[in-house]
Ligand binder design. Structure first.
Ligand code: NAD
Length: 443
């Protein structure tokens, strides 16, 4: 099949590469010239396991190409994916300007039937707006060309995106014509052989399904973090509580880890956007508002612990930070807890020595050169010359460290673990002051 994907970010590149990998002829379009030039030169601008190799194979094989030429993109695909960003607007609602710009481009250039598939996370009603925009452009050209718009929300997780796309647990398709659904079934057939994972529904329900999934997941995290804070103050251990509640199959063990708050490009903005959508309908989305509030507070939790460790006196202190990405296996630092922490440390007059296995370039792009930030070559390097360590991301490489490393390198043996990756008893034996989430501080 001939496919065009508008937007070559995390979702667009994974979609384009995976669809090319099963034999489709794919063109990825982006407005970012620099990004497209890099991709044409075989450089992948983001870190996502397996993506680079998949792009390279298909680019060299001739069935994956990159362009900034939107007209060429529209002409190429029978199926046109919209996978552009939907960042938060000033009031928290989703900013649809990029989605609508693609819709306009499609309306201006299309010359025959197209199936337009929206993969961006968008508020309910966006497919209608995309359809209206395309019709408007066609009318302006005195053209009457048949087309369909459908919704195909993306559920991939950064860090596991290729597997999530190719071995998805569900493929949600909001379609309202038989032709659109049939084409989507054909497109997804290579990933749908074992059993039928396609969940077909009306477009509005599909659009809401994506927000509902993220709302449910973010709620689990914030509730767990709230329980962790209660456990910490009441003398309990949230890790025991986690095992205790996860054993109930109605609750389950998935996604109930306490931590230093959720970040990334999806949960924060999607929770805000859904809250705004509800407000615009006169509904008070109290649970969602609380989920966001708890998360904002939780992101401050690490700084509060560092501050406690130094009795509020952080001026002139140097703090090692392990993990900058919002989660492991990605270089994405959008709304990452590490950023909240570093901003607070700098505001308090502290310096930071930071390390992340994949996000160093992204960190330097965000913060540039600053005297109070040293980007270190290794995790161990970050410890040397630091007064304490804070762990923001649970990268595997951080989990197997001998506690003696901390006592040999840090000026004070203080570790603040935002992801509960160490056993408090081992830290106690090594003489480390160990703060974690929802557990008693070891002194
Ligand atoms: P991103 O910011 O990584 O990439 C978006 C890309 O779109 C950018 O490269 C940008 O230059 C490009 N773009 C903007 N306007 C364009 C236009 N008119 N034509 C062509 N390209 C254009 O975003 P992302 O993380 O890939 O997210 C895309 C969408 O998918 C968002 O709605 C997001 O909420 C949703 N989503 C993201 C994830 C995730 O984990 N990142 C998961 C599921 C859904």
């Amino acid at each position: 099949m001939k496919i065009t994907v508008f937007g070559s970010g995390y979702v667009g590149l994974v979609t384009g590469a995976c669809l090319a990998d099963v034999g489709n002829d794919v063109v990825c379009v982006d407005v970012d010239r620099d990004k497209i030039e890099k991709l044409r030169d075989g450089i992948v601008p983001i870190y996502e396991p397996g993506l680079g190799a998949m792009i390279e194979t298909n680019r060299v094989g001739g069935n994956l190409d990159f362009t900034t030429d939107a007209a060429r993109g529209v002409a190429h695909g029978n199926i046109l994916f919209i996978a552009v960003g939907t960042p938060p607007d000033e009031d928290g609602s989703a900013d649809l300007r990029y989605v609508m710009a693609v819709a306009q481009t499609i309306g201006i250039h299309m010359g025959e039937y197209k199936l337009i598939v929206n993969k961006s996370t968008v508020p309910v009603g966006t497919a209608d707006a995309v359809e209206s925009e395309i019709k408007k452009q066609l009318m302006a050209r005195n053209q009457s060309i048949d087309f369909d718009v459908c919704s195909n929300p993306e559920f991939l997780k950064e860090g596991a995106a290729i597997d999530d796309f190719t071995k998805a647990t569900r493929i949600v398709i909001g379609a309202e014509t038989a032709q659109a659904l049939e084409l989507m079934r054909e497109l997804y057939a290579p990933y749908n052989r074992n059993h039928d994972k396609i969940i077909a529904m009306d477009i509005r329900s599909a659009e809401l399904t994506k927000y509902a999934a993220n709302a449910m997941l973010a709620t689990k995290i914030s509730l767990m973090n709230e329980l962790a804070n209660i456990a910490e103050r009441i003398g309990a251990d949230i890790e025991h509580v986690r095992i205790g509640i996860g054993s109930d199959p109605r609750i389950g063990y998935h996604f109930i880890y306490p931590g230093c708050g959720y970040g990334g490009s999806c949960f924060p903005k999607d929770i805000r956007a859904l809250t705004r959508s509800a407000a615009s309908l006169g509904l008070d989305a109290g649970v969602l508002a609380a989920v966001e509030l708890v998360n904002e507070n939780q992101k401050q939790n690490l700084f509060a612990k560092v501050s406690d460790a130094f009795s509020g006196n952080l001026a002139g202190k140097t703090i090692a930070v392990w993990g900058l990405a919002f989660k492991p296996n990605t270089d994405d630092m959008r709304e990452a807890p590490s950023r909240t922490l570093m901003d607070s440390l700098w505001a308090a007059g502290a310096r930071v020595r930071a390390f992340d296995p994949k996000a160093m370039e992204e960190c330097s792009r965000i913060y540039g050169d600053r005297a109070d930030l040293v980007l270190c070559e290794t995790a161990i390097d970050a410890l040397h010359g630091s007064d304490a360590l804070v762990i923001c991301t649970e990268w595997k490489a951080f989990r197997t460290v001998e506690p003696s490393l901390f006592t040999h390198t840090l000026a004070h043996p203080i570790v603040i673990d935002g992801r509960n990756i160490y056993e408090p008893s081992r830290m106690r034996s090594a003489g480390i002051v160990y703060y974690s989430i929802g557990r008693q501080t070891v002194r």
